[in-house]
Design a binder for this molecule. Sequence first.
Ligand code: FMN
Length: 141
Amino acid sequence: MTDCSHYVVFTIKKNLTAEHVDRFVDRTAEVREQAVESIAGYRNMMVSDVVHGPRSFNVNEWATRQTYIALGNFMTSAAMLGVDTCPMEGIEPNKYDKVLGLHDKGFATVVACAAGYRSADDKYADLKKVRFPKAEMIETL
Ligand SMILES: Cc1cc2nc3c(=O)[nH]c(=O)nc-3n(C[C@H](O)[C@H](O)[C@H](O)COP(=O)(O)O)c2cc1C
């Protein structure tokens, strides 16, 4: 990770509140040039689900899973640009939080990903990819 071009740390905002939902709703209304009131139903649905509903009991776990959607998109997009990535969950999240000062901001580290053009002397770069057979992994109904 000290050699890579870019090193991205994916984090969650811990313990989402109605204020966080409102920030998102305000931003949606701004970008789409619509009245906040016109998406009140959407806002209330999110608050009742994420803040007060069953999801609120494991909201940080839910948020953690969401970061893998971003990570997957990041890696695919990089690959399409010919940029290699190395996703890492085998890290020490608490130490990242400390170094990045995330505790005080209410964020927590989930996963990190290095990105960059591969080194000419990377002995792993041209190794065959190890994957289970497609037929074993994908079920077509
Ligand atoms: C510090 C470090 C932590 C890693 N942590 C994980 C991990 O938690 N899960 C994982 O699947 N791979 C982890 N990796 C491995 C790679 O990111 C990647 O999965 C591996 O190169 C295999 O990818 P490939 O089959 O596409 O080549 C880690 C690598 C490093 C250097």
